[in-house]
Design a protein around this ligand. Sequence first.
Ligand code: SAM
Length: 267
Amino acid sequence: MDAELLLAHATGRTRAGLLVLDTVDGPVAERFTDLVEQRADRVPLQHLTGRAPFRYLELAVGPGVFVPRPETEQIVEWCLARLTGVAEPVVVDLGTGSGAIALSIAHEHPGARVTAIERDADAIEWTRVNAAARAAAGDRPVEVLGGDMTDPGLLRALDGRVDLVVSNPPYVPDGARLPREVADHDPPLALWGGPDGLDVVRGLLGTAARLLRPGGALGIEHADQQGTALPAVVRAHGGWADVADHVDLAGRPRYTTATRVAGAGGD
Ligand SMILES: C[S@@+](CC[C@H](N)C(=O)[O-])C[C@H]1O[C@@H](n2cnc3c(N)ncnc32)[C@H](O)[C@@H]1O
C-alpha cells in the first residue's frame, strides 16, 4: 500500500491511475526509489507525500506537526452529533496540530464558529497553512491562536460561552516505547503526557470548565489504556455530568465525554 501511494506521489497520478502505468524510468524512478528507501527507514508516509487524509479533508503535514490519525475521526463524529440543531455553535479545539479536528468541524458544520489553540510554534505554522487553504476553499474561517491549553488566562473572552470543547492532547505516558515513525517524527510536545500520560488532561479540565456554558460538551481523546483512568480524572475534577467513555472503530477505548453541569462555575 505505501509503495503504491509513493509511486502515485512520484508520478503525479492517483493510485487507480497506476493500473495503466507501463514503465517508470529516469528521474521519476530515482525519486520513487529514494522515497521507498526513506519509508523503509521509517519516515512516515505522510511526511513523504506531504499530505494526510482526515475525514473529508486532505491536510498538509511534515516535520514539526503531529500527523492526524484515522482513530481521531471518531471524536469528530461525536462532536458533530452533539452540535446537531445548534445553528452557530461556539467550538474550541485545544492542541489543534494540523487543525484536523477544528477544520473538519468547520467543514462539516458550516455554522460552527471554531477557535483552534496550539502551543507549539512549529506546529502552528502548519495549522495556519491548512486553515488558510480551507478558508480559500469556502469553509468558514477557523480562528487559529497560539496558546497553552492549561493557561488560566486562555480565551477569557469566551468564558461560559462555548458549546463544545474538544481535545486530542498529548497523552503518552513518559517512557512508553513507540514505533520509530512516531518517536522520531511526531513532535515531543504532541506525545508526552507525564508519568501516567494524563498531566495535560488534568491541566485542560480547568480551561474547559471555565469556557463551557452550562450544558456544554467536552470530548477528550486518550490512549487505549486510559478508558477507565480518564473518566475517573474527569469525575474527580467535579462539575461534570454524563461522564462516559467511547470505543473507536477497532473497538478500543478512545475518548471520554462529559457535560458541564449548570451552576458548577469555572475553575
Ligand atoms: C496528539 S497532538 C493532536 C493534534 C491534532 N489535534 C490531531 O488530532 O491530529 C497534540 C497537540 O497538542 C499540542 N499541545 C501540547 N501541549 C499543549 C498545550 N499545553 N497547549 C496547547 N497545545 C498543546 C501539541 O503541540 C500537538 O499539536
